[in-house]
Design a protein around this ligand. Structure first.
Ligand code: REX
Length: 403
């Protein structure tokens, strides 16, 4: 058995510790080492494009890399560091899916049953199944398309609001569906608001308690919380800054908000260490039994070249080195997040840039996946990396033009 313990600080912003305990003769992982240079290059690019700061945490076996650039708080001038908490946005959808899949494993929900079997108020179309909701194939309109058509006014109108699940669902069903149930992938926050309502209705237990008892406590995620409708983050956190549609105006500090517009679709607070631990535990079978995990990880391509896919509450990304990773992205005002892990959970990465409404930053931040899992510097390499190029856009609202 070899025991290695190292702590290195590079350029004042990179921390790497390794406590490797490798049984003699154990198979070594085939992934290349993460490129710290590559991560730093992507973070610097994000800052040049308007992000005040960025953080990345990579956990690889027993090694952890903590890489940060820029500011966590621009007014106070506080430096970013990779341990800080932030709003994870839609990464919350993977947490909600775990709760739902545990209910499936307990025999309380059938994935292919009509969602209406489990809801207090029926959706307009009886054919929508639980699986359709989890895979964004319900056809339910994404009410956030209207809500955030104008970014800052939209945000200010809801930042202190408290919605019931039904109020959000009603905003969606006031629109025609985007398609017939099951027909097509169409990313919609409404799906995961319906799932939150379903979980609370079936169990009589609030989402906050469900997350706490089924995920946060068992995994000892001390930096993870769901405090809806409270507006504050506590402890050490990064402030978030949303860019105005008029990019000549200063960014708006969007840190404090209820996130009631998203709830079970996007209101979890966490940090890099906890998100990495969550996704590692998930793919290792520690949160849901194997049959439900297989369902979650059964990926269907959602873009033209198949490099992006969606399972149940889980995104898949095929990287340039042939590695497939699983996790989720998140966008909530002031924060862009990527949190992904390998199929075996042996390497996990979380990156966050503390800005939003800046698609260029979001697109570029995907380059940290290439750096973390493929060991490359996607910014300075002569090879074209799709994730770092400007031709790629996240499917925040496919087909909808947003100001
Ligand atoms: C809401 C608007 C974005 C953000 C949204 N977020 O739907 C969910 C999420 C919770 O995380 N989804 C993403 C705002 C796509 C994901 O799965 O990765 N944009 C902003 C606007 C645009 O207001 N006018 O960028 O701050």
């Amino acid at each position: 058995m070899r025991i290695k313990n190292a702590s290195v600080a590079l350029a004042g912003t990179v921390m790497m510790t390794a406590l490797a305990v490798t049984p003699a003769g154990a198979a070594t992982t085939v992934l290349p080492s993460p490129s710290v240079t590559g991560v730093l290059a992507v973070q610097k690019q994000a800052m040049a494009q308007g992000a005040p700061g960025a953080l990345t945490r990579i956990d690889s076996g027993a090694s952890s890399y903590r890489i940060a650039s820029g500011k966590a708080d621009t007014a106070a001038g506080t430096a970013m560091d990779a341990n800080r908490k932030f709003r994870v946005g839609s990464v919350s959808k993977s947490f909600t899916t775990v709760v739902l899949m545990q209910l499936v494993a307990e025999g309380r929900v059938d994935l292919d049953a009509p969602a209406n079997d489990y809801l207090p108020e029926p959706l307009p179309d009886d054919r929508v199944t639980v699986r359709h909701l989890l895979s964004h194939r319900s056809g339910l309109w994404d009410y956030t398309n209207d809500m955030f058509y104008y970014t800052v006014p939209g945000f200010e109108a809801v930042r202190n609001k408290v919605f019931s699940f039904q109020e959000l669902i009603d905003l969606s069903t006031a629109h025609e569906p985007t398609g017939a149930p099951g027909a097509a992938y169409s990313y919609s926050n409404t799906n995961f608001v319906v799932l939150g309502q379903m979980i609370e209705h079936l169990t009589g237990v609030p989402m906050a308690t469900q997350y706490e008892q089924r995920i946060f406590q068992p995994l000892n995620l001390r930096n993870t919380s769901y405090v809806h409708p409270l507006t504050t983050l506590t402890g050490s956190f990064a402030r978030g800054y949303v860019r105005d549609d008029d990019t000549t105006l200063p960014m708006v500090d969007s840190t404090e908000q209820t996130v009631s517009w998203a709830q079970s679709a996007g209101a979890v607070i966490s940090n890099g260490a906890d998100l990495n631990r969550f996704f590692t535990a998930l793919v290792s079978g520690k949160l849901v039994p194997q049959p439900q995990l297989r369902e979650m990880m059964s990926m269907v391509p959602v873009n033209a070249d198949g490099t992006q896919s969606y399972g149940l509450g889980l995104r898949g990304r095929a990287l340039s080195c042939g590695v497939q990773v699983y996790g989720h992205t998140g966008t909530v005002q002031g924060y862009y997040t990527y949190a992904f892990t390998t199929a075996d959970g042996k390497r996990s990465m979380t990156s966050m840039a503390n800005t939003s409404n800046n698609g260029t930053v979001n697109t570029g931040l995907a380059g940290t996946l290439e750096a973390a899992f493929c060991g490359v510097d996607p910014v300075n390499s002569s090879k074209h990396f799709r994730a770092a190029g400007a031709s790629f856009t996240e499917d925040i609202a496919p087909g909808v033009v947003r100001h």
